[in-house]
Design a protein around this ligand. Structure first.
Ligand code: AMP
Ligand code: MG
Length: 678
């Protein structure tokens, strides 16, 4: 298309007509045209009128009838409801020369997939002279949804309405039209993924094909990818679902990069130094408040002395005082006197060194025989400071003891350090709160008593993911199970996003007509899906999105994260470790994010998947000779609940047609600790 198509927008609203600053739809639509129009559109003029038929019609006629204007597309927003003042459809319908019920149908279908209230909108669309006119609802969200549903096909309609030669336009057939409109999924395949199409129909994570050693059949697809006649816009809803996913299939590395780019930055908070601190990352350097030790202390049991210049302490000395490791005043010591002292006890003022009890002999006792009176010291060449821990010799007050970015470990070292220097509060990165939601009408609580009804499935994912997130050190909110109804899902997610920072859902991201997560996130919640498919096995439909949410207290907008994982239990947990964990770590300041990688040696042959890299659940252990070996946990089909039992690692297996031989080295991602196998 050479020059952009000219668009005029008419905002119909009594309120906006009085105060244009109240209009939000105009901007939203302008943005959408810019974002989704691939440069095909130019919003030339925006006008605001009241809900008044005459005013609406006058403006539309100016735009459609005056040849000099020549608008290709005229959009109205507002006045399409059932209120008495809503009469945009009537005003527009009366002007249309030709009606376009297909556009109306597409818009309604899209909105209905989001909310039943879409039926409260009464859109009309059609052509007047050479302009396509479409009425959109007044709410910015509704208006955007509706326009989104048709925007890809509109250029074609506009060009034809403007009088272009339709035979020339159709020369390439429907496929070409789709491709030009950006509707065909074939346009989205990256050439680096030549096999990406191969398993589309295989229900995402249900790609249980061709894994030789484990004896299960492959899924059968009868049509070639890309050969189906119509590739729908996802907004057309469940009744007209895509036959192929419109989401590009990202390599794992790209998906991880998107996660890292779009995960919100960590938030800095003040944390108490207590047993809840381990796992938190410090957001600021920590300096010691006090010296350690805070007083000069003996490091042995013995006698505090004042060493003469020549260092010769040989002789018999009176024991004039005793210093135990208790707080309080200690009597000063003079040359020629000694004081009995215990390990860790403060030195008497004036004392210069401590002689170990082993270097002394008791000479005389008090009359009652209970106390030492005189002690002979056998040491010469005694140095000042001998057997003494000087003030601050361990840690100096004001010195940096822990740096920003360091994690207080649960093994204890860091927390002990903070405790020792009297630091009771530190700045840390707040750990995100995780919510876990299962979706699916068939899913029932795992502990629901009684037998399953035909078709019911016990909720495996929720308890698994809750446990995994807790184990990783995050607070978790159990969000329960949501059924496969758009309204239910929307409400549950909206509510959840207010309560937690990151929502993990499972199920509903495949290609089934009830798989509503993606549309709900994008259309109902106004979220952005950063990726909706990943070239991996298992976990292909893994979806990552962020949703702007208004904080109730501050009113500030923050991005919340949604990970929609496949429903199959093995896929869900693999995706969690591979994708969710790094996001959680990034949100809590942990660097580098991600599981520990290490090279391991295959203990047996591993069959490979022809088209996708595989994250193979495995047991990794270290042998006597120091070699780390990996054994498969068996049955890797993504629906196989048992394939994770015992697994402490995911092996990164490349794609390939020949098995990878025993003894080959591959990279493993560690999910748990390594045990020795001897
Ligand atoms: P879906 O992605 O919703 O099509 O689900 C794919 C498969 O995973 C189906 O067989 C579901 O029954 C199953 N599934 C979904 N959610 C769960 C869950 N929470 N626990 C166990 N299986 C599930
Ligand atoms: Mg489902």
């Amino acid at each position: 298309m050479s020059s952009p198509l000219r668009v005029a927008l008419l905002v119909v609203s009594d309120t906006a007509a009085k105060d244009p600053s109240t209009d939000a739809s105009g901007e939203a639509l302008g943005q959408l045209l810019a974002d989704e129009g691939s440069g095909k559109w130019e919003l030339v003029e925006t006008k605001i009128v009241a809900d008044n038929v005459t005013q609406i019609q006058r403006q539309l006629m100016l735009w459609a009838d005056v040849a000099a204007h020549r608008f290709n597309l005229i959009l109205t927003t507002g006045g399409t409801g059932f209120a008495v003042s809503d009469n945009t459809p009537e005003a527009v319908a009366a002007l249309l020369h030709r009606k376009a019920p297909g556009l109306v149908h597409a818009m309604l279908a899209a909105s209905l997939s989001v909310t039943p209230f879409a039926m409260m909108s009464r859109p009309v669309a059609g052509v007047r002279h050479q302009s396509v006119i479409v009425t959109l609802p007044g709410s910015p969200k509704g208006a955007k949804e509706n326009l989104q549903a048709i925007i890809k096909t509109l250029p074609h309609a506009c060009v034809q309405a403007a009088g272009a030669n339709s035979r020339a336009i159709h020369a390439g057939g429907v496929k070409k039209l789709e491709a030009d409109a950006g509707l065909s999924s074939t346009t989205e395949q990256s050439s680096a993924q030549p096999h990406a199409h191969h398993h589309h129909h295989a229900h995402g994570h249900g790609h249980n094909h061709g894994h030789g050693g484990h004896g299960h059949g492959g899924l059968v697809r009868h049509t070639k990818p890309g050969s189906n006649p119509i590739s729908n816009d996802p907004s057309l809803g469940p009744s007209r679902r895509n036959r192929e996913s419109p989401f590009p299939m990202l390599p794992v590395a790209d998906a991880l990069a998107k996660i890292s780019e779009n995960t919100p930055a960590p938030e800095i908070i003040t944390s108490k130094v207590d047993s809840n601190l381990p796992g938190h990352v410090l957001a600021q350097d920590v300096t010691a408040r006090e010296n350690v030790p805070a007083f000069r202390a003996s490091i042995v049991d013995g006698y505090a002395v004042v060493v003469p210049r020549d260092g010769n302490m040989k002789g018999v000395f009176p024991v004039v005082s005793v210093s135990h490791a208790t707080p309080g005043e200690v009597k000063p010591l003079n040359e020629g006197e000694i004081a009995r002292i215990t390990t860790g006890a403060p030195l008497p003022p004036g004392a210069t060194s401590v002689i170990m009890v082993e270097d002394t002999i008791l000479k005389t006792m008090t009359d009652d025989g209970k106390e030492e009176k005189e002690v002979e010291i056998l040491a010469d060449n005694v140095k000042e400071g001998e057997n003494i821990r000087e003030v601050g010799s361990d840690i100096k007050a004001e010195s940096v003891i822990l740096s920003k970015g360091e994690q207080a470990s649960a093994q204890g070292g860091e927390i002990g350090l903070l405790a020792a220097v009297g630091v009771s509060e530190v700045k840390t990165y707040r750990k995100p709160v995780v919510g876990v939601l299962s979706t699916g009408d068939e899913i029932v609580d795992h502990d629901r008593p009684g037998d399953l009804r035909y078709g019911e499935v016990r909720d495996t994912n929720r308890i698994t993911l809750i446990s995994a997130a807790k184990e990783a050190g995050y607070a978790v909110v159990d969000l329960g199970i949501a059924g496969d109804k758009p309204g239910t899902l929307e409400e549950t997610l909206r509510d959840s996003l207010r309560r937690v920072d990151l929502v993990i859902t499972t199920g509903g991201v495949s290609m089934g007509e009830l798989d509503l997560l993606k549309p709900t996130i994008e259309r109902a919640l106004g979220g952005t899906i950063h990726f909706g498919r990943v070239a991996m096995k298992p976990g292909k439909p893994t979806t990552f999105a962020t949703v702007p949410v208004k904080q109730t207290e501050s009113g500030a907008r923050v991005d919340k994260v949604i990970f929609s994982l496949p429903g199959n239990p093995a896929s869900a947990i693999v995706s969690f470790h591979l994708f969710v964990l790094p996001a959680l770590q990034q949100m809590s300041g942990v660097e580098p994010a991600g599981l520990t990688r290490l090279p391991v040696v295959l203990a047996h042959d591993f069959p490979l998947d022809k088209s996708r890299v595989e994250y193979h659940r495995a047991i990794v252990s270290v042998s006597k000779d120091g070699v780390i070996r990996a054994t498969s946990t068996g049955g890797q089909r993504s629906s196989k609940v048992g394939s994770l039992k015992g697994a402490n690692a995911l092996l990164c297996l490349p794609q390939g047609s020949e098995p990878l031989k025993s003894g080959a080295t591959v990279e493993a991602l560690l999910m748990g600790g390594i045990r020795s196998d001897f």
